[in-house]
Structure formats: C-alpha cells, structure tokens
Design a protein around this ligand. Structure first.
Ligand code: GLU
Length: 378
C-alpha cells in the first residue's frame, strides 16, 4: 500500500516511462530543461539506492526536428529514418544530463520479436538485471529502425506497452507512466469541465477501458488506451502502476515515496514468479482454449487444473509446451498457461473424460491439459 513518507520508499525497483509530449513540453523538439529536471529526480532516487530503468520516447521527434522535416511525413519508413537519426541525439542528451550526476547510462533497444521466444526474453532480462547490478542507468526504447508493424505482432508500437514489458522483464515493483495529463479521468478533461481524476483503480474492467477509449487520440502515439493496456499487463504481474503528469514538480520522487498523485492501478496479485510473468506478457502465446462455465468456475474459484472435459474449443496451431490463452464461455480472457497437449491432440480429446485420453490418442501426458502450477488466472 502507498505510504506518504518522502524518505523511505515502499518500492525498490522502478521503471519510469517518459513520453514524447512530456519530453518536448508539447513542442517539436526535446526540451532540455524538462529533461534535466526529470533526470535530476531519477538521479536522486538512484543515489538513495533505488534501482531505476527509464523507458524513453522522443527519438522520432528528435530525428524529425534535426532533419528539419514536418510532422506531415508520418509513414513507417519516415518513422524509421527519424528514429535512427533521433535515437543518438536522445541518448547524447541523457548521457550529458546524467553525467552531471556521475551516473553512467546504457542504451537498450528492444523489439517484440527479440522477446518473443523464451531465450530472447531471458537474454534481455539478464542484460537489464546486470546493468542494475552495476548501477548503470539503462535507457530503453523500441528499436524502431528494424521493428515494423507489417509483420503482425512484431512491434510494440508504443512505449507504454514496451515499458510494461520491461517492468515485467525485470520484476519491477512500480511502473510510472509519465505524460502531460494528470491521470485517468471520468471524462475527457479537455472537453468536459466536470471531468474528475480517478485516484485509484482496483481492477481494469470494461468500464475503465471505455473511459480510456473516450479520452484516446491526443496523447502521444498511444494515448490513454495503450496506457491502460500497459497497466493491465503490469498489474497482472503484481506491479503497481501510476499514470501521472511528469511536469508536476518532483513527481518521480514523490511517487517513489508512495505519495498519491495521478491515477494508481493496484497490482492484481502478489509478485508472479518469472516464468509466469513471461506467460502473462502474451509475447509467446500460440493459441487459445475456450472452456465451459463449469471449468471457468473451477479455474477461477477453486484453483483447479484445466482438464480436457471442460474444453469446448481449441484455436490456433500449437505444440505441447507452448503458452496458450484460456477463454471462458463468454469469450473473456480467463488466464494463460502452458499446455501439456498440442492443438491437434486437444481437438481430439476436448470434452472427454481424462480416463479416455490414452484410448483416444494412443498415449497420454497426464489428465491435466494445463496444470494448475503452469496456469495464471487473470
Ligand atoms: N519509440 C518512439 C520514439 O522514440 C516512441 C513511441 C511512443 O512514444 O510510444 O520516438
């Protein structure tokens, strides 16, 4: 729970996401004064012994500005060129600003494809953890130069989702999504004067998603929608998430101390173990299983494994050992888990009693299609 003591932080490992509109102060180029104040706050917490990672946008804007080109050039090839020009400039600025605080910085450019297999995920994780161990401040961005969204699911596309993935990867306690708006509102605050800030969200349900959709559009690449998606992923892994205005004085320091600023999303569970966080990330999901209402209840309420008898439908093409999403009978995501049977096996055994599996398939990997220990209920 959040405390309001400025000297002792309830958090140890914090991922801070800095959005383009914050870093530019709404202009067409990086604003060094704003960046310097954000860096000073990160440096202060770093000095106090906290572990921080920064996920920073701004490369595309910095590149576009350097080339003197207009906002109208927006297509993917332009974005790739802009980010390759701008990423160096972005890093140069961070390098200079952090060196005033005697902090060494590192750069990590990630793509979704790199993290989609377990080995890539673990390699990235090991590097980021080693940097934390060495007290190097790592600045992460998506590798926009190579990440293309023509390849389905190959791109995070926005740094909100990337930052949730990074928080998940390093097992952070707190994810700060800093932008130019104070948090999630009951309505769009730019249009509706009665809009009120929502101070905390216990669970992201369809009502919250609708609010985010209503206020989408004007904020950076993702807007509120992608922030809510990011919050959903991170809170499912046991991470507290705050959306707040990065322009508010000392906001990072205050949030790290547990002060209630912006909108706080409470973690849904205790910290998940690493393997389960990887499953929840959705990076490696190969297919889906739709279960009946009895199975949905047994998984949600009784902590049971998923048996063949409760499965109504199998989607996608996957092998034994792959990660699958489990849907309830209404199509809502119930969780995700590692399957003991391939999609073609499940096509044959779905609806059947466990005792019949050996007869139906000619072999048997046990009665659980997804064992409880390999299942995360969301
Ligand atoms: N990776 C992009 C950049 O550095 C930003 C993506 C985003 O802001 O969500 O410019």
């Amino acid at each position: 729970m959040r405390k309001s003591n400025l000297n002792t932080s309830p958090y140890h490992r914090i991922v801070v996401k800095l959005g383009t509109s914050l870093l530019t102060g709404g202009s067409d180029h990086l604003n060094e004064n704003i960046m310097s104040s954000l860096v000073a706050q990160v440096a202060q917490l770093h000095r106090q012994g906290l572990e921080l990672l920064v996920v920073s946008s701004g490369a595309i804007t910095a590149g576009r500005y350097k080339l003197g080109l207009t906002k109208k050039l927006r297509g993917i090839p332009f974005r790739q060129v802009f980010s390759s020009v701008g990423q160096g400039r972005l890093m140069l600025t961070y390098e200079q600003l952090f060196s005033r605080h005697n902090i060494t910085v590192a750069q990590a450019l990630l793509t979704k494809a790199d993290l989609s297999d377990r080995a890539g995920y673990l390699n990235a994780r090991n590097t980021l953890l080693a940097l934390l161990e060495l007290r190097v401040l790592c600045i992460v961005n998506e590798n926009d130069v190579v990440a293309v969204d023509e390849i389905q699911e190959a791109k995070f596309g926005d740094n909100d989702n990337l930052s949730a993935m990074v928080a998940n990867l390093v097992d952070a306690d707190l994810l700060l999504l800093l932008t130019d708006i104070a948090g999630l509102y009951t309505a769009d605050p730019r249009r509706d004067h009665d809009a009120r800030l929502i101070p905390h969200v216990e669970r992201i349900d369809s009502k919250i998603e609708q609010l985010a959709a209503d206020t989408a559009g004007s904020l950076g690449i993702g807007g509120m929608m992608t922030k809510i998606e990011a919050a959903k992923l991170a809170t499912a892994s046991g991470i507290t998430v705050v959306i707040a205005d990065g322009g508010e004085p000392d906001v990072i320091v205050k949030l790290a101390a547990g002060e209630a600023i912006g909108t706080c999303f409470w973690p849904l569970t205790d910290k998940l173990e690493s393997r389960k966080r990887w499953m929840v990330s959705g990076l490696s999901t190969r297919g889906g299983l739709v279960v009946d209402s009895g199975a949905a209840r047994a998984l949600r309420k009784q902590n049971r494994s998923l048996l063949a008898t409760g499965i109504k439908k199998v989607e996608g093409d996957f092998q034994r050992g792959d990660v699958v999403t489990v849907y309830d009978h209404k199509g809502a995501i119930l969780g995700c888990g590692i399957t003991n049977y391939s999609s073609s096996d499940i096509g044959i055994i779905k609806g059947a009693h466990s005792k019949k599996i050996a007869t139906l398939l000619g072999y048997d990997y046990g009665s659980e299609v997804v064992h409880r220990n390999n299942l995360v209920v969301l």
